[in-house]
Design a protein around this ligand. Structure first.
Ligand code: BES
Ligand code: MN
Ligand code: ZN
Length: 460
């Protein structure tokens, strides 16, 4: 089923002329005089991101002119047309001039139509787009549905989406695709040897858990996704200041990205053996909370001294990665809102990724550009490993004051040995302000590019 905002070419629709400052005068010359005159009176010149509603002779809507970026590809936003659904009146539209990348344009339209309306009534206008020629409506719809379901999860406050809610969302997705699903909850984490997941999550009224589902043919290439599912991160006893805590419902953004990617893989029936692991916890404060200075054992046998209870993501991921690694998969991909330092390095819109596999890194960079899902490689710089030395244990969970995203990645790396490849994405999972196709609020980062990569590698 294509997305409800995609229309078919046989539906009555209004034309949108995608123009640039260079092409506008020629396109304007082909318009009826009323439309042409009105655009001129409005001062519309085809500037990037500008639009003009064009009237017919009776004053009804004739069509729309919209300014695209010019020729400088590096400075362009392929999602610019994602502005249109919020600008235009209800109706059905078509691109009269072809978009530079019609699939990204359709994607931008649908992603730009999203808003999070769970807690207030909004009159929803339906601004539809005729599926552009050459665009696979089914595939675009699958990708968009995956992304918006995960945006909803990130946006939902912890009062309505704790570790149990993350489990329910994962279970629903798994069941829809006939995946086999288990979850190890509460004290069972100790008997089944996930001590770090238990330690981080035990102070919450909602018990911690490890979500685990598997889908696809047993003999297909093994791809395992691991997502940080911290339903809320208070920082634990090394408590976060108010301004840093405010948005910490998004600390399950890694889990949300993982579920989005899993949804795309299963919808497309990619021939892989998919496994999804989500350690889901709430990093809370209570008399039984883990403490600074505690020394935890871990599934892998590495002992970990707690330098700061706010470095909790790497702890729960350490146990989940160790489990993932036990079946030596072909690829482990983890997504985590792991460090503030990643934002200091690259800002909120460009998540760093870490891998020792140069060919994989090149593929990730290429697909990130092609899908407009940008990421940037940062180094697993092993000389910084010594920042994680502990006086009493095998490792400390915090490094020094600098290079925090790198030392966090190095921490995770210690728990992966047997997998053929491993990549870690340190994501932000949030749009701080509204940009075309990226409404303010929860965002899925790096999942679309990994879907494109897996499709290229393993697709039929
Ligand atoms: N969830 C945070 C990281 C985070 C903060 C991601 C803001 C995105 C935006 C993580 O658990 C954390 O608190 N990390 C600490 C680690 C430090 C204590 C070593 C950080 O980055 O400050
Ligand atoms: Mn934290
Ligand atoms: Zn966190």
């Amino acid at each position: 089923m294509p997305h409800p905002l995609l229309a078919s070419a046989t539906d009555a629709s209004k034309p949108i002329w995608l123009v640039t400052e260079k092409t506008w005068s020629e396109i304007a010359g082909g318009l009826p005089p009323v439309a042409q005159g009105f655009a001129k009176a409005q001062g519309f010149e085809g500037k990037a991101g500008g639009h003009c509603l064009l009237p017919d002779a009776d004053g009804n809507l004739y069509g729309v002119a919209f300014g695209l970026n010019g020729a400088d590809a590096k400075r362009n936003d392929p999602f610019l047309v994602g502005k249109l659904p919020t600008l235009l009146p209800e109706g059905v539209y078509r691109f009269e001039t072809e978009a530079p990348d019609p699939t990204l344009a359709a994607l931008a339209w649908l992603l730009g139509s999203y808003s999070f309306n769970r807690y207030r009534k909004r009159s929803e206008k339906s601004v539809r787009l005729v599926t552009p020629k050459g665009v696979d409506a089914e595939e675009v719809s699958h990708i968009v549905n995956a992304v918006i379901a995960s945006r909803d999860l990130i946006n939902t406050p912890t009062s309505d989406l704790g570790p149990d809610g993350i489990e329910a969302a994962a279970r629903a997705l798994a069941e829809r695709h006939g995946a086999s699903f288990t979850s190890i909850v509460g004290e069972d984490l100790l008997t089944q040897n996930f001590p770090m997941i238990h330690a981080v999550g035990r102070a919450s009224a909602t018990p911690p858990r490890l979500i685990d589902f598997t889908w696809g043919k047993a003999d297909a290439p093994r791809v395992t996704l691991v997502g940080k599912g911290v339903a809320f991160d208070t920082g634990g006893l090394d408590i976060k200041p108010a301004s840093s805590m405010l948005l910490m419902r998004k600390d399950m953004g890694g889990a949300a990205a993982t579920l989005a990617l899993a949804s795309m893989i299963m919808d497309a029936k990619l021939p892989v053996r998919l496994r999804v692991l989500i350690p889901a916890v709430e990093n809370s404060i209570s008399s039984n909370a883990f403490r600074p200075g505690d020394i935890l054992s871990s599934r892998k046998g590495i002992s970990v001294e707690i330098g700061n209870t706010d470095a909790e993501g790497r702890l729960i991921l350490g146990d989940a990665l160790a489990l993932a690694d036990e079946e030596s998969p072909d690829l482990i991909v983890d997504f985590a809102t792991l460090t503030g330092a990643a934002r200091v390095a690259l800002g909120p819109e460009l998540p760093p990724f870490y891998t020792d596999d140069d060919a994989l890194a090149a593929d990730i960079a290429r697909h990130g550009l092609a899908e407009n899902d940008p990421v940037w490689r940062m180094p697993l710089w092993y000389p910084y490993q010594s920042q994680l030395d502990s006086k009493f244990a095998d490792m400390n969970n915090t490094g020094g004051p600098m290079g925090g995203s790198i030392t966090a990645a190095l921490f995770l790396r210690r728990f992966v040995e047997a997998a053929k490849a491993h990549v870690h994405f340190d994501i932000f999972a949030w749009n701080s302000s509204t940009k075309p196709a990226r409404p303010e609020g929860g965002e899925v980062q790096a999942a679309r590019l990994m879907y494109a990569l897996l499709k290229e590698r393993y697709g039929a």
